[in-house]
Write a protein that binds this ligand. Structure first.
Ligand SMILES: [Mg+2]
Length: 239
């Protein structure tokens, strides 16, 4: 049984786990990272790019897996070094057509900015309110994730064979196979010669369709967090 004496790496989701969505790390959680960092290697496993994650954390020095394992990076002397950077081609016209069909079906035809966000890696985001909606509107749209869970099977069918996650505050992440957070952790273990029992993972999206669910349902030790402001109690047994 894995426990505090076994763990070498503490891995985190970012948005909703260490910070509010797309917001900076607050002072309290930064102090917690500093304390954990004295004892463990710290790792973020995120949906965003490694650089976006690093900037959101004000360039905090840790290992980063971005875009569900399509990117990896580490920090040395205050610089971010990208160690892996995968990309796959995307049929944008097809993706936009699928998104518009879903918008019509689910009453989401009013949106701000773009209907889809295309990342250089080939990962896509389907933001239900559009790319230019305010953070306030995004946070208010589906805080229980219930609406997106009702949509999930139709979004998965529309974007097959991509893997679709309920991600962000009001969006879906549409990810090329075979990338997901569990496979990304497995690759990290192989690269750093770690066993599954040496990593503990902390995430908030462990529910049905969430982007932490595959880690939650894997052999990795998973600590659930439902509010990033409760990080101190969540990690108390690690300190
Ligand atoms: Mg999250």
């Amino acid at each position: 049984m894995a426990d505090v004496n076994t763990w070498k790496v503490v891995a985190f989701d970012l948005d909703g786990t260490l910070t509010q969505h797309k917001c900076k790390l607050d002072v309290d959680n930064r102090r917690i990272l500093e304390r954990l960092g004295q004892r463990y290697q710290l790792l973020i496993v995120g949906a965003g790019s490694c650089r976006r994650i690093w900037e959101q954390l004000d360039r905090y020095p840790l290992d980063i897996i971005g875009h569900y394992g399509m990117q990896a990076a580490s920090c040395h002397d205050g610089e971010l070094q990208i160690t892996d950077d995968q990309s796959v081609p995307v049929d944008r016209k097809w993706a936009l057509t699928q998104a518009m069909s879903l918008r019509k079906q689910w009453g989401l035809e009013r949106y701000q900015g773009d209907s889809m966000e295309f990342h250089a890696s080939g990962l896509m985001t389907f933001p239900l309110l559009g790319t230019a909606a305010s953070l306030e509107d995004k946070l208010a749209m589906d805080p229980s994730r219930g609406f997106r869970r009702r949509m999930l099977s139709t979004v998965r069918a529309a974007f097959y064979p991509y893997t679709v996650f309920v991600g962000g505050s009001s969006s879906f992440d549409i990810v090329p196979q075979p990338y997901n957070k569990r496979n990304a952790l497995d690759a990290y273990c192989r690269r750093h010669q770690l066993s599954t029992s040496e990593i503990v993972y902390i995430g908030d999206d462990y529910g049905s369709g969430g982007n932490d669910e595959d880690v939650y349902r894997s052999p990795y030790t998973f600590l659930c967090i439902d509010d990033y402001r409760q990080l101190a109690s969540c990690v108390s047994k690690l300190l």
